[in-house]
Design a protein around this ligand. Structure first.
Ligand SMILES: Cc1cc2nc3c(=O)[nH]c(=O)nc-3n(C[C@H](O)[C@H](O)[C@H](O)COP(=O)(O)O)c2cc1C
Length: 148
C-alpha cells in the first residue's frame, strides 16, 4: 500500500500545571509513539512557542484515523491541514513520533532552528519538512532524541 504523508499545524491550549507545558508535550509524544507503533505510523512533532507542527506518515487509513483523533483533541486548536501527499518512501521511518521541542532556552541554536522551521512552514512546507528531518538527525547525533 502506498504511504500517505500528512502535515498540519495547530496552536497549543496546554497550560502549565503540575507539569510544565514542555513536560506535557514530551509525555504526549511518548504516548503517541506507543499508539503509532501499533498502527505503523511514523513522524515528528515540533513544538515551538505554543505552535505544533506535526508530520504523520503511514498507510492512508491509519493516517486518517490518527489525524481524526488528533483533530478532536482539546489540547490544541486552530488545526490547519497544510499538506497531504502520497509518497514512495517514508522520511521519518525510524521514529514513531520523534519530538523536537523548544522553550528551555529561547536563545539556544535548537530554538532558533525550530523558529526557522515555523517560518518555512508559511513559505514552503516541503522545504520545512526537509529542515525538520535535518534538525532531527542533528539532534539525534547530539543525543537529544532517540528512536521511538
Ligand atoms: C499536537 C498533538 C499531537 C498528537 N499526536 C498524536 C499521535 O501522533 N498519535 C496519537 O495516537 N495521538 C496523538 N495525539 C493524542 C490524540 O489527540 C488523543 O489524545 C489520543 O490519541 C488519545 O485518544 P483517546 O483518548 O480517544 O484514546 C496528539 C495530540 C496532540 C495535541
Amino acid at each position: 500500500m502506498p504511504i500517505s504523508r500528512l502535515l498540519y499545524t495547530s496552536r497549543s491550549c496546554l497550560v502549565p500545571a503540575e507539569l510544565t507545558v514542555e513536560q506535557q508535550v514530551s509525555n504526549m509524544a511518548a504516548r503517541a509513539a506507543m499508539r503509532n507503533k501499533e498502527l505503523g505510523i511514523t513522524g515528528v512533532l515540533v513544538f515551538v512557542e505554543d505552535q505544533f507542527i506535526q508530520l504523520l506518515e503511514g498507510e492512508g487509513p491509519a493516517v486518517e484515523q490518527v489525524f481524526e483523533r488528533i483533530c478532536c483533541d482539546f489540547d490544541h486548536a486552530q488545526v490547519r491541514l497544510v499538506d497531504l501527499v502520497g509518497v514512495k518512501d517514508r522520511m521519518f521511518g525510524r521514529w514513531h513520533m520523534a519530538e523536537l521541542s523548544g522553550g528551555e532556552d529561547p536563545a539556544s541554536p535548537l530554538d532558533e532552528e525550530l523558529r526557522h522551521i515555523r517560518f518555512l512552514m508559511g513559505v514552503n512546507a516541503r522545504v520545512a519538512v526537509e529542515k525538520m528531518h535535518e534538525c532531527l538527525l542533528e539532534c539525534e547525533a547530539n543525543g537529544l532524541v532517540s528512536p521511538a
